[in-house]
Design a protein around this ligand. Structure first.
Ligand code: IVH
Length: 650
């Protein structure tokens, strides 16, 4: 690679990254990106004096600092006045109209993260500063450079401060917390804390690993001459920043309220947390005229969404027993209205969570409800304790059948297969959507059938008759007949559904499909080795399957006889050829789609897997092959071009 090719490669990588991180619309594969990235890295290692400041290699978090030094914002970072309802908004608008009647409003979500000021000089990112007290913050430039939605260089060459919110997407937040639980670290209470904490890491590789996102919402010091804020923001986005998922220009209070209602209703569907909508006067000249109070700009207001967090008291901790026997604790809390829904219980996940958060009965806690998820306790207000709080003792016996519980540390388990809760929940699971999908067999009906004594196991479901059902309270003719029809419809289902419905521990929908494809009804006779040889099935699963079959073989056969699930199409045995019974991985661009090449190899009896491992026999590669190729070479796996593959077939 020469210097011209290097410059082009950096440009190309930045274009790829812009599409991926800013536009959310990838235009290349990870493989192709990685390969080019490594060529750039190679060049830079040999030419360290020629490294471009906007090279993506300059984002790697490899700096560790002793502490952050303070830095001054070029112009103050203000905060916003809050309003909480239409009345508050009305009062704010009245004040604003008094200052200027000829105005419109620019509305966008209020992101719940950490605010950040970026100073660009001569088109280069020169400083990243936290908000601090609004005048002085902490200098975190090295960390900021790891955030891929922040351009390292921009085409605008005057000095400018670009301000925005650093957020963590909700999905990413869950992942980070799961990893923290595994590593015995305290979890972040919410994505806002996680974002702020991640920004202020002394080791920038930690910041880099957190997938932070920067969403610009305004500018500080600047020489831009746009007349409208909306135009100014469009210009900022065009410099390579991410657009907010929604924005609108409104002419009056009705418009503003409408867009607020939509955002509030949709807030759970956004990938990041929102805590309100920001309303800003759109005309810059009017903004300047209106000026600031001691704390806030007069031209802008935060119209907050109703709280999703509330303080309540833990009254009791009850236990639920699932179909696998796992006992999960649930907190019963003082009924609390959160955004129109009365919350009475909060999930506690497991017993470790109670210990980790030191949740006691009578504790005051903060609970969070968002969307459809079950409310959870995010913080215990220990400073509110008055001595009346009682520590929770781990149970020793199943709350339902009273048999002794197996203590697995994080999990407690009821081992009694006949435990009423286990039986009822396994019938509910058997009938659920990803299993046999039996309509009309929800929780209440299953409980009623079980309590009547008619159904003590899933097999009994198929002995139900109209006569028997009509004798039960609440079962009229239509409801009963519908249930019988649904049970009849469950017959002849796909085979994987049958496997899934058995509720084998560790075996979910994906594993059921794999088992079904590979073995069909022979899955009850396979060995551990045969199971492990399947893509995606591991040792823990294999042991669980074998144990389940050992204990339940008779029931499985009986159910199979009743349900007659369809055997998956068996593939014809392929003739002898170099690919038969071998595992191949495909990478790069070939003359036909990967799907077509995959089918070709499968017709020869090969298994095509997505990732390279020691089990891989061949790697077939096309143009722009990336890291899979490197890995295969390093493992000494035979690598074939598409034409070499075809020659081998012939
Ligand atoms: S405009 C005058 N717009 O909310 C301050 N702020 O309570 C300019 N925030 O410190 C703020 N989303 O960190 C603005 N779309 C948005 C925002 C937003 C989140 C944060 C920001 C600010 C705080 C004010």
């Amino acid at each position: 690679m020469n210097i011209i090719q290097y410059k082009k490669a950096v440009e190309k990588l930045n274009l790829y990254a812009y599409h991926y991180y800013v536009l959310d619309d990838a235009i290349t594969t990870d493989d192709a990106y990685d390969k080019l990235y490594h060529r750039v890295l190679d060049f830079e290692e040999k030419n360290s004096n020629k490294i471009l400041s906007n090279s993506p290699t300059q984002r790697v978090g490899d700096s560790v600092s002793d502490g952050f030094i303070k830095a001054q914002h070029l112009s103050r970072m203000w905060s916003l006045e809050d309003v909480f309802d239409n009345e508050g908004l009305h009062a704010w608008l009245k004040k604003t109209y008094k200052l200027d009647e000829q105005i419109s409003f620019y509305c966008e979500p209020k992101f719940d993260g950490a605010s950040l000021n970026l100073i660009y000089k001569d088109g280069e990112l020169s400083q990243g500063i936290t908000r601090g007290d609004g005048e002085i913050g902490e200098l975190i430039t090295q960390n900021v450079k790891t955030i891929r939605s922040i351009p390292l260089t921009i085409e605008y060459k005057e000095c400018i401060e670009i301000r925005g919110e650093v957020v963590i997407f909700k999905k990413e937040f869950e992942k980070i917390n799961q990893a923290r639980v595994k590593n015995d670290e305290t979890v972040f209470a919410n994505p806002r804390n996680a974002a702020a904490g991640s920004l202020r890491q002394l080791d920038s590789s930690i910041t880099a690993s957190r997938n932070l996102i920067f969403l610009p919402y305004g500018v500080g010091e600047n020489l831009l001459e746009h007349k409208l804020l909306s135009q100014k923001m469009e210009y900022i986005y065009s410099l390579g920043f991410r657009k907010p998922p929604q924005s609108a220009i409104c002419k009056d209070i009705n418009d503003i309220q409408k867009i607020y209602d939509v955002m509030n209703k949709e807030r759970d569907n956004y990938p990041m947390m929102l805590d309100g909508m920001v309303v800003k006067v759109n005309e810059i000249a009017s903004q300047i005229d209106m000026g600031y109070t001691v704390k806030n700009p007069r031209f802008s207001v935060a119209y907050k969404f109703p709280a999703v967090e509330k303080i309540t008291t833990v009254k009791e901790i009850i236990l639920q027993v699932g179909r696998t026997g796992a006992v999960t604790p649930v907190a019963i809390v003082e009924p609390t209205n959160i955004d129109g829904v009365v919350v009475e219980r909060a999930t506690l996940h497991n017993f470790d969570e109670i210990d980790r958060k030191d949740i006691r009965i009578n504790d005051k806690v903060i609970i969070l409800r968002s969307g459809d998820v079950i409310p959870k306790i995010i913080k215990v207000l220990t400073y509110e304790r008055n001595g009346s709080e009682a520590k929770y003792e781990r149970p020793k016996a199943c709350p339902i059948c009273k048999s002794e519980l197996l203590d697995e540390g994080v999990l407690l388990k009821c081992q009694n297969l006949k435990c009423e809760a286990r039986v009822i929940n396994s019938i509910i699971y058997f009938a659920s959507k990803p299993c046999l999908n039996i309509d009309g067999l929800g929780n209440k009906i299953v409980e009623a059938l079980f309590n009547s004594g008619l159904v003590k196991s899933v097999v009994d479901l198929f002995d139900l008759t109209l006569d028997k059902l009509l004798k039960l309270e609440g079962f009229k003719e239509k409801k009963s007949q519908n249930l019988l029809n649904s049970l009849e419809d469950a017959k002849g289902s796909e085979y994987w559904r049958f496997i899934n419905s058995l509720g084998i521990e560790h075996v979910g929908e994906v594993a059921s499909k794999t088992l079904s494809e590979n073995f069909g009804s022979n899955f009850i006779d396979v060995t551990k080795e045969e199971i492990i040889a399947c893509d995606g099935l591991g040792e823990e699963m294999a042991e669980s399957i074998l144990e389940f079959v050992r204990v339940n073989k008779e029931t499985i056969l009986k159910l199979q006889y009743i349900l007659k699930p369809l055997e998956p199409n068996k593939k014809e045995e392929a003739k002898e050829n170099p690919f038969k019974d071998k595992t191949a991985v495909l990478t790069g661009t070939m003359s036909e789609s990967r799907e077509a090449i995959k089918e070709l190899l499968e017709s020869l009896g090969a298994k095509v897997s997505g990732s390279v491992s020691k089990k891989t026999d061949f790697l077939v590669y096309g143009e722009d092959a990336g890291s899979k190729y490197d890995k295969a070479v390093s493992l000494g796996i035979e690598c074939l071009t598409e034409s070499q593959m075809r020659e081998k077939i012939e």
